[in-house]
Design a binder for this molecule. Structure first.
Ligand SMILES: [Fe+2]
Ligand SMILES: [Fe+2]
Length: 469
């Protein structure tokens, strides 16, 4: 037992590093006595008090993590149009949301670490931006995956694990929990990316340019002190691609060789050159619905691109767009699998590129108005009847998938209002009119609408039918 310290003997001019233990006679003995009558042996908690970071240092590091995640969400969004391979485009739609959700979790934790949302959202870092611009300057999708996942993703996962080990496991448990949950998304994401790069290489993509690119980006990351900014800095590699040519996102939707695409009409029957079923028959509506879902691979492109185009305007809008992008990746998967379950090889059905071709180079406010106010609202106009018809016919495949899709699309329409407000100050009427004018122009140029149809602008219903979601 420590001896009580006599305050009279400790000099005030030499501060002691030990805080004195001061007993009140009898209390410790009494406590030992009470302990004896406590029968439970609960599991021991072996965590030790103490960690490497102050709150300020914790916040400095978490803010960089937040910024990297936000920039990754935006960066993958910028590439959605330009990834040709179906599987990679889908998976990227999912990854956009993983990064968005990691950013959201860091943002929330930062508000508990003495930071205001305004300052978190307003944070920029020129060195990180330079790294991101270079990563975006990938020559093709395999290079994008190598940079995003194999260089930056891996470095972030390592930094998160180190942070878990280094921070105080008792005072800073919320940060540890936050990091562990983010890593639960990272593990499958990074191992998928490794396997995807192997698939590219086995399919004929040259391996050494990928290795050169990885090494280049690794050195660039080292030059800014790594993910945390606290590692020893090395010299930056030269030259940088992004300095020779600043990154600009693609505007043309790309598809892999398995797809047969069309953009000269919005109508599947016209594209096919024949009708499979009588126009308004249940069978025709059913196949059109499932095809449209598979063709929502273009909605991954739309919403992903919007994140890039409105970057830094409003975190909630970016986050909602990222979530919608993931949902659209799911709709695409649902469509692909439902086509298979209906007996088709999904690639035998021509893929509609009409909408994405028009939206690709467009101002995001009008592209968003089309896909959200016309497309998604349009889906909701007809989906109730479709679900009822499927139920009446015992068509469980269609009933099941459209039930979930309806709930997603209702959610998208609900989130759309705020997103559009972030994109434009136009009132609803002017926004709709301008959107119709722009789509008329584009549809005419694609040959999807004939000038001699004697319309100045296509109607809302035409756009719903020809472009859709
Ligand atoms: Fe959708
Ligand atoms: Fe949607």
């Amino acid at each position: 037992m420590a001896k009580p310290v006599d305050p009279a003997n400790s000099s005030p001019s030499s501060p002691t590093t030990e805080i004195p233990y001061t007993a009140v006679p009898g209390q410790r003995e009494a406590s030992a006595q009470r302990r004896q009558s406590y029968p439970y042996r609960f599991p021991r908690d072996h965590r030790l008090l103490g960690g490497k970071f102050t709150v300020a240092e914790n916040a400095r590091r978490l803010l960089r993590f937040f910024y990297f995640e936000r920039r990754l969400m935006q960066s993958l969004g910028a590439w959605t149009l330009s990834i040709p391979e179906f599987e990679v485009k889908l998976e990227t739609g999912r990854h956009i949301f993983y990064h968005a959700d990691a950013a959201r979790a860091f943002r929330e934790r930062l508000t508990e670490q003495e930071m205001r949302p305004r300052d978190i959202d307003g944070f920029r870092d020129a060195e990180i931006d330079r790294f991101i611009e270079e990563l975006l300057s990938a020559a093709n999708a395999p290079e994008l995956l190598a940079g995003v996942h194999q260089v930056l993703g891996r470095a972030l996962a390592t930094a998160y694990r180190h942070h878990i080990d280094d921070t105080d496991p008792i005072t800073d448990t919320p940060t540890i929990r936050c990091l562990r949950r983010i890593l639960a998304d990272y593990e499958p994401m990074l191992s998928w990316a490794d396997a995807a790069v192997v698939a590219y290489v086995e399919g004929g993509i040259e391996e050494s340019p990928l290795a050169v690119w990885r090494w280049h980006l690794q050195r660039l990351l080292v030059s800014i002190g790594g993910v945390t900014g606290a590692d020893p800095k090395g010299a930056a590699p030269t030259p940088l691609r992004s300095e020779a040519r600043p990154f600009a996102r693609g505007t043309v939707p790309l598809r892999d060789v398995r797809f047969d695409t069309f953009k000269n009409t919005g109508d599947y029957e016209v594209a096919d050159g024949q009708e499979r079923y009588p126009k308004e028959s249940y069978e025709a509506l059913r196949l059109r619905f499932i095809r449209t879902q598979r063709d929502e691979v273009d909605a991954i492109e739309a919403f992903g691109t919007f994140i890039w185009d409105i970057r830094f305007k409003d975190f909630q809008a970016e986050y909602d767009l990222a979530r919608i992008t993931w949902d659209e990746a799911r709709h695409t998967e649902i469509g692909h699998r439902a086509l298979q379950a209906a007996g088709y090889d999904p690639f035998e059905l021509r893929n509609r590129l009409t909408g994405s071709t028009c939206r690709g180079p467009m101002d995001p406010a009008f592209a968003m108005a089309e896909i959200n106010l016309f497309g998604e609202v349009g889906v909701l106009k007809t989906i109730n009847n479709l679900i009822d018809a499927a139920s009446d016919r015992n068509d469980e495949l269609l009933r099941h998938v459209s039930d979930f899709i309806r709930s997603d699309e209702r959610t998208h329409v609900r989130k759309g209002g705020h997103i559009i407000k972030v994109m434009t100050d136009l009132n609803a009427r002017d926004l709709e009119l301008r959107t119709r004018e722009l789509f008329t122009e584009c549809l005419v140029s694609l040959g999807a609408v004939r000038k001699d149809m004697d319309v100045f602008t296509v109607s809302r219903e035409d756009i719903e039918h020809l472009v859709g979601e």
